[in-house]
Design a protein. Structure first.
Ligand code: BTN
Length: 296
């Protein structure tokens, strides 16, 4: 029977541990994760990381917390961050003179890094829901929130980002998805339990390994991105996109309409073919994309 698994919690997910994490990254010469702060509790790792950024913190620095008391989500939402139930981390990036319209591409890079890491570290095969959710079984398991400190020197067309904070929240062990979340959210553990009746060590989730792999993958994607004139992962991203070629609902502040999601373009915008055959470019920002019957 599904759900009746004789297994200790500790076998399913270790607690995050700074020493173990640093050991896993030792000798890899990554620019991402060269300095790691693991906090017992933070209000929001994005807020802490931004504060460190404003005081000159170095590129690639990572802030992790075992819990967040005021985790932040997209579009002014919160992010449920119970102690030791998830991975809550923020990466500080200094990118010299990155035009502001390219900052959203960093969110797509983070999505690719997390998607490929979950695939590597678990028996699960997640997909990406544009722009920045990772989904399993049609439900969200990861959210990404990119924030920046920028200046436009008086002219919005010339805006540049001084530093960017990419915040990643992964539901690892959570089981309590009640109310509205029941049809929308899931955790890695919950999805693993659906795969197999008894969970053995092969199916355990090692949080430290998962974080180390995400940092390694992020480093790889970020370095390629930095040295390319075009977004180098268009094909890979579109292959992993859950809504591709499906009908989606686009929910804007004042308007809602339907169309077929064709995939993303070089700018990271989602191309949607409307019912009148017009193709529109959707930029992330304040827009939500949903499936016709639910979340995907
Ligand atoms: C979303 O709404 O989908 C984005 C959620 C992002 C949550 C993460 S958890 C770590 C980092 N710190 C925060 O306060 N938010 C992000």
């Amino acid at each position: 029977m599904k759900g009746t698994v004789m297994v200790q919690n500790s076998e399913l997910a270790d607690e995050l541990n700074q020493k173990i994490l640093e050991n896993k990254l030792k000798g890899k010469s990554l620019s991402i994760g060269n300095e790691i702060y693991l906090m017992e509790s933070a209000d929001s790792t994005n807020r802490v990381c931004k504060e460190i950024g404003s005081k000159g913190g170095s590129h690639g620095l990572v802030v992790l917390a075992k819990e967040q008391t005021a985790g932040r989500g997209r579009i002014g939402r919160g992010w449920l961050s119970k102690k030791n139930e998830g991975i809550y981390m923020s990466i500080l990036l200094h990118i010299k003179e990155l035009p502001i319209d390219k900052v959203s591409l960093l969110t797509l890079i983070a999505a690719l890094a997390v998607q490929s890491s979950i695939e590597k570290e678990t028996a699960l095969l997640p997909r990406i829901k544009w722009p920045n959710d990772i989904v399993l079984n049609g439900k969200k398991v990861t959210g990404i929130l990119t924030e920046m400190n920028s200046s436009n020197g008086g002219n919005p067309a010339n805006a540049i980002a001084y530093y960017v904070v990419v915040g990643i929240g992964i539901n690892v062990k959570g089981e309590d998805f009640s109310g509205e979340l029941a049809t929308k959210a899931t955790s890695l553990k919950h999805e693993m339990l659906q795969l197999k009746e008894g969970v053995d060590s092969k199916y355990a989730i090692d949080m430290n390994s998962l974080v180390a792999t995400i940092l390694e993958r992020f480093d790889f994607y970020f370095n390629q991105f930095k040295s390319s004139s075009k977004f180098p992962f268009l094909e890979e991203y579109n292959k992993k996109l859950i809504n591709k070629d499906n009908v989606v609902r686009i929910i804007e502040k004042e308007e809602e309409y339907r169309g077929i999601a064709l995939g993303i373009n070089e700018k990271g915008a989602l191309l949607v073919k409307k019912e009148n055959n017009q193709i529109v470019e959707i930029m992330s920002g304040e827009v939500s994309v949903r499936g016709v019957y639910g979340y995907v």
